[in-house]
Design a binder for this molecule. Sequence first.
Ligand code: NAD
Length: 295
Amino acid sequence: MPYQLIDGKNLSTQILNEIAENVGELKKRSEITPGLSVVLVGDDPASDIYVRSKERAALKVGMVVKLIRMPWQSSEDKIIEIVQSLNNDINYHGILVQLPLPDHVDQNRVITSINPLKDVDGLHPFNAGLLAAGEPRFIPATPGGIREILLRTNNDPSGKHVVVIGRSNIVGRPVSNLLSLKGKGGDATVTICHSRTKDLTDICRAADVIIAAIGIPNFVKGDMVSEGVVAIDVGINRVNAPEKKRGYMLVGDIEFESVSRKAAAITPVPGGVGPMTIAMLLSNTLYAADISRHE
Ligand code: NAD
């Protein structure tokens, strides 16, 4: 069966163009230029790449960006002090603390120190609670990107059985909440699976849509899915590839080769969910700038 290869890069370009237009309008209407501040602790190369992509995209849509780099040894209190200074800086409407933070830092304490009205990653318990209560304000970027992918590729989740593998606060749990909400982009019947789930294969075979956010390369195989499944691969895993110049390649949590043979639609890695995540972060930043007018 021919499958639909979901081009996340192209979809994200469409969304970024829409955001750029809205940024222009906001500037005209209220003289506000949306500002995104990013705190990066340490020099993890993967985090560095993510942060620079976010910075580039934000500048391209007409936002201002402040990137604060802090050494890996920074104390929790020092990081929180920086976050609090950004909370009070009216030029920056969104604050993003790039995760993961070093082991000596309590990630939850740092996230909770962000003003919930500037929490464009949607990870503050206040915003996670609003989403769970059915009144989302900032939807975490990756789940928001997944919903956009489904809507913009004619794979509306309404009435579908969506199986989410993974229950992290960044992806699995919020995407489960989001897609089960009442209304546009929701109305799915969601099963959330995790490392203790029994009979995972049976559950996956009953899925209309599978969302894999596990962090294990090629975890979901073709024999775990049914014909016509929509497969959304969140995983970004580095695997050794001596034949490549860099010595590694990126693969997802879904085995593309075998699953694509049965899928109606599938996202590639890279080029699927990843680019959408950046677009949705900027959409949240635009929203944060917009609501700052009413504070
Ligand atoms: P995580 O490590 O916080 O969570 C992994 C989840 O997988 C856990 O909930 C765990 O219960 C589940 N799991 C582990 N082993 C399992 C098994 N054998 N069977 C069923 N479930 C199992 O991961 P995360 O932060 O949600 O990230 C998951 C993946 O997505 C990673 O590869 C990460 O790099 C990637 N990611 C990509 C984006 C993006 O923009 N594309 C964003 C965030 C995360």
